[in-house]
Design a binder for this molecule. Structure first.
Ligand SMILES: *Cc1c(COP(=O)(O)O)cnc(C)c1O
Length: 353
C-alpha cells in the first residue's frame, strides 16, 4: 500500500465481488446475473448513431428514464433518482443521511456492501442477528431511532418481510431513514414503493442488474418523497453529476418500454427456481422457499466448501460465504433449466443419491 494513503483508511475492508475466472467457459451461478439477454429493443437502441452521441455529455437529469419509471410506478419524476448501479444509491444514502451521531443498523447476514460502506465512512453501526432460520425479528427494528437498511427479499436467505412489517418499521422510526433494498423485487412481486407516498423517511432502492439483465450497464434507482430524493440529488451533484452514461440510460429506457419481456423472463426464472428447489429437496438438501433469483442451500453431510470446489472443477461457479453462520451453505443463482440440470447432476453426485 502506498505511504500516501490517508490514515483514515488504515485497516480498510474492501468489498469482494463474485469471482470472474477466465480460464474456461463457466456457468456463472455466483453473482445473481440473468441467464437471458436484454430485450431486443435494448439491442436496437444501442446503435452507431448513439455511439456518435457519446461525444456530448449524458443527460445529467436522466429525465426520460425518470419519467418512464415514474409512469411505471404511478409516481412523479421528482420521486426518483437514477444511479450508477444500486450500489451508488447506497453510497448516496450513506453520504446524505449517515454520520457519527446517527447510528445505523442492518442484519448480521445480508448484502456485504452495507458493512463495507459503514466501515469506510466510520459510521457507528450494529449488525442485528437474524433468527436461527435466517428470518428477521421485526421488533428488533421498531422504535429504535436509528437509520436502518434491510434488503427485502434478503440475500442470501431469500426470505421476504411482508409489507405490514416494513410499514411498522418505517412508521415507528419517523426521525430516521429506512432504506429498503429491493434488488430482487421482481422475483417476488412485492415492493414497498407505494409506502413512500405516506412516509417521508422511507427510501426504496431497486436495480436493473438482476431482473432487467443489465448488470454490466450499471443502472439503479431510488424511490422516495420529493425531499428525500432531493437530498440524494445534492450528493449526486456534489460527487458525480453525469453519474450514468448515455448508453446505459438508453438501455434502461428501452428496457422499460419492453417491460413485458422482462416480466415473462422473470416468471420463467421463478419457475426454474421452484423446479430447482423441489429437485434439491428430493435429494435431501435443506433450503427455504426463495423470493429471489437464487437459492441458499445446505447439503447435509456435505462440506459446502468442498462442494463449491467440485462444482468449480466442473465449470460451475456458485457463491460460498465462509462465515460462522453461513459456512454450511451455498448460494446458487437460478440460470436456465438446462444449466440447473447440470448443477443438479453434480450435486446428486456429491450427495451420492
Ligand atoms: C446485486 C445487489 C445489489 C447491487 O446491485 P447493482 O445495482 O448491480 O449495484 C444491491 N443490493 C443487493 C441486495 C443485491 O443483491
Amino acid at each position: 500500500m502506498s505511504k500516501f494513503l490517508s490514515k483514515r483508511h488504515d485497516n480498510i475492508n474492501v468489498y469482494v465481488p463474485g469471482e470472474q475466472p477466465k480460464d474456461k467457459d463457466y456457468i456463472r451461478l455466483n453473482t445473481n446475473e440473468s441467464p437471458y439477454p436484454p430485450s431486443p429493443k435494448v439491442i436496437e437502441r444501442i446503435n452507431a448513431a448513439e455511439i456518435n452521441n457519446l461525444k456530448v455529455y449524458s443527460d445529467h437529469s436522466a429525465l426520460v428514464l425518470r419519467k418512464k419509471l415514474a409512469d411505471l410506478h404511478g409516481l412523479k419524476s421528482e420521486n426518483i433518482v437514477i444511479t450508477n448501479g444500486s450500489d451508488e444509491a447506497l453510497n448516496f444514502f450513506f453520504l446524505a443521511f449517515c454520520d457519527e451521531t446517527t447510528p445505523l443498523v442492518f442484519p448480521d447476514i445480508t448484502y456485504g456492501f452495507y458493512k463495507v460502506f459503514a466501515d469506510f465512512y466510520h459510521i457507528p453501526y450494529e449488525q442485528i442477528p437474524l433468527n436461527e432460520d435466517f428470518s428477521i425479528n421485526v421488533d428488533d427494528y421498531c422504535g429504535i431511532n436509528k437509520n436502518i437498511i434491510i434488503a427485502n427479499p434478503n440475500a442470501p436467505s431469500g426470505l421476504l418481510l411482508p409489507l405490514e412489517d416494513i410499514e411498522r418499521i418505517v412508521a415507528t422510526n419517523p426521525n430516521n431513514v429506512v432504506l429498503i433494498d429491493e434488488a430482487y423485487t421482481d422475483f417476488c412481486g412485492q415492493s414497498a414503493y407505494k409506502l413512500t407516498e405516506k412516509y417521508d423517511n422511507l427510501l426504496v432502492v431497486q436495480t436493473f442488474s438482476k431482473s432487467r439483465f443489465l448488470a454490466g450497464a450499471r443502472l439503479g434507482f431510488a424511490i422516495g418523497s420529493r425531499e428525500i430524493i432531493h437530498s440524494l440529488d445534492i450528493i449526486r451533484n456534489c460527487t458525480n453529476p453525469y453519474n450514468v452514461n448515455h448508453m446505459t440510460l438508453l438501455a434502461g429506457e428501452a428496457s422499460i418500454d419492453d417491460n413485458e419481456y422482462y416480466m415473462e423472463k422473470c416468471r420463467e426464472i421463478m419457475k426454474t427456481r421452484e423446479y430447482t428447489t423441489k429437485k434439491l429437496r428430493e435429494m435431501g438438501a435443506v433450503l427455504n422457499d426463495s423470493n429471489g433469483n437464487f437459492v441458499f442451500v445446505k447439503l447435509p453431510g456435505v462440506d459446502a466448501a468442498k462442494a463449491y470446489d467440485t462444482l468449480k472443477e466442473n465449470a460451475i461457479l456458485v457463491r460460498y460465504f465462509n462465515t460462522p453462520r453461513t459456512k454450511d451453505y451455498l448460494r446458487v443463482t437460478i440460470g436456465t433449466k438446462e444449466q440447473m440440470d447440470k448443477f443438479l447432476a453434480i450435486i446428486a453426485d456429491i450427495m451420492k443419491v
